[in-house]
Design a protein around this ligand. Sequence first.
Ligand SMILES: Nc1nc2c(ncn2[C@@H]2O[C@H](COP(=O)(O)OP(=O)(O)OP(=O)(O)O)[C@@H](O)[C@H]2O)c(=O)[nH]1
Ligand SMILES: [Zn+2]
Length: 187
Amino acid sequence: MNIKISEVANLPTEFGDFRVQVFKEGHKEHLVIFKEKLEEIPIVRVHSECLTGDAIGSLKCDCGAQLEYALIMASQTNGMVIYLRQEGRNIGLLNKINAYALQDIGLNTIEANHQLGFGADERTYEMVTFILHHFNIHKIKLLTNNPDKIRSISDIEIVERIPIIMKSNPHNEAYLNVKKDGMGHLL
Ligand SMILES: Nc1nc2c(ncn2[C@@H]2O[C@H](COP(=O)(O)OP(=O)(O)OP(=O)(O)O)[C@@H](O)[C@H]2O)c(=O)[nH]1
Ligand SMILES: [Zn+2]
């Protein structure tokens, strides 16, 4: 992997004061948000980019609320958020919106991906291992409901899984049910 690493900079936020660093892999610029004095076994959130949920307040998913919750947890526990640029479970924004259009006519989140020729989840997590090793972190507590994410992160000991369950709304209820029944999420 040819990875460019930025300097570390301060980033004051409404959730607390963080340090930030970018890991650039090809055209993907992943952002790591962390507290200056990390816990020995920190709480880590591996968050996948969701422009619609993270930045626009979309109610179709739970990403925006999860990101806020993760930043608050990181701030309060000397933890870290790894913001991976894997928009739309790594099919990209254009394809995700095409998937949303298929969902508008009745397909669920998995069926829509398949209709477009993608797997249900195209994400990989080598970058997480690279980033954590860069910080000399070998053990973490992972904030997730997704068992597949736990299985996919290699060479890092996940000593605890901490759930990150957000309140549902009428727009994302069906989506969350498919994550639970079709993708094995622990919801
Ligand atoms: N292709 C596709 N991607 C989606 C859809 N809804 C959300 N996403 C993307 O899914 C990613 C978030 O993954 P989720 O499955 O919600 O959750 P997770 O990260 O696997 O699991 P947690 O760690 O428990 O949150 C983001 O990259 C979103 O852009 C959808 O309908 N289709
Ligand atoms: Zn989302």
